[in-house]
Design a protein around this ligand. Sequence first.
Ligand code: ATP
Ligand code: PYR
Length: 320
Amino acid sequence: MKRVFTLGPASESPKIIEYFCQTADGFRLNVAHLSLEGLKTWLDRLSSIFYNQGKVWPVILDLQGAKMRIGQYPSQAEIPANVCLFFGEVSASPDYLPVPHLDLFQVLQVGDILSLNDDRLKIKVTEVGQRQATAEVLVNGSLSAYKGINRLDHPVPFTQVGQRDRAAIELGLQYEYVQFACSFVLDGTEAEHLRPLTQDRRLIAKIERPESMQFLQDIDGNFDDLWFCRGDLGTQAGLRVLGALQAQFVAQFPQLSKPKFIAGQVLEYMTYFPQPTRSEVVHLYDLKIAGFDGMVLSDETAIGQFPEKVADFLQDFFTI
Ligand SMILES: Nc1ncnc2c1ncn2[C@@H]1O[C@H](COP(=O)(O)OP(=O)(O)OP(=O)(O)O)[C@@H](O)[C@H]1O
Ligand SMILES: CC(=O)C(=O)O
């Protein structure tokens, strides 16, 4: 199975990246966590490492795609019981939630439930305007800048590539090894909006919402690789049905022609411990037998305490 390593604060040093190069088939940078300057710093760092290695690796820029996030917002352990959502990028007040997605306001209806920060908060819409709405909190929890916001039951259609993604694509195209991944793909039509911008680069579909399961063949037709992303999918669908969804995905392999990767919480335990759990290694082996072509490591290599041990573990895992 191919191995894609997500890079982050735990893997910033050239020494660690060079170490990863012995095992990795590609790298992933999540644009959601990076400013444009931060992204450029990463790409320049990788260019110089690749130059020294005499070889390049694919670097996948994970675009926000159809995933909606709030804008800048002061960190709160809990938000006020009633909040105002407005079309905008920045808020200094916990009472006002900035949402930089006009698409959302165009479809929002009174009674809609919005989920925030991977389902930690739920709010119910009480009034809607063209560029703002009010909502009451049903389930409260912590919230800070750029966390996800999602309209439950009625997904918001993807009609345009956002400003942040456009800037990341423009920058990425300056590096020959960059490819792109689109978050929250619903039915494959997202590729029509992205392809004119991403040119001839590989375009990956991230399957992370349950509704996309019925469109897998359309997505397969329009994208170059499929990533089954269990982090967000587990949040969207609920953990109890995640196993059934993965089985449903695998059952469709005979009809899917593109490489299929498993992403999210592959060796999660290694974020904090130097070895994976028995369940993780047995499951990973089962995934290979099931026909997955590769895996995407996330927290364990981006923010984990043992990034090199993850590489060590994967170095010879499938040869034993
Ligand atoms: N460049 C970065 N800078 C800071 N933190 C990062 C960076 N990249 C990843 N992280 C952190 O590492 C963890 C794993 O990153 P990853 O992108 O896989 O998670 P995620 O945000 O849940 O992904 P997704 O956007 O697909 O939901 C996250 O907790 C994220 O906050
Ligand atoms: C990797 C990723 O995006 C996920 O599991 O949600």
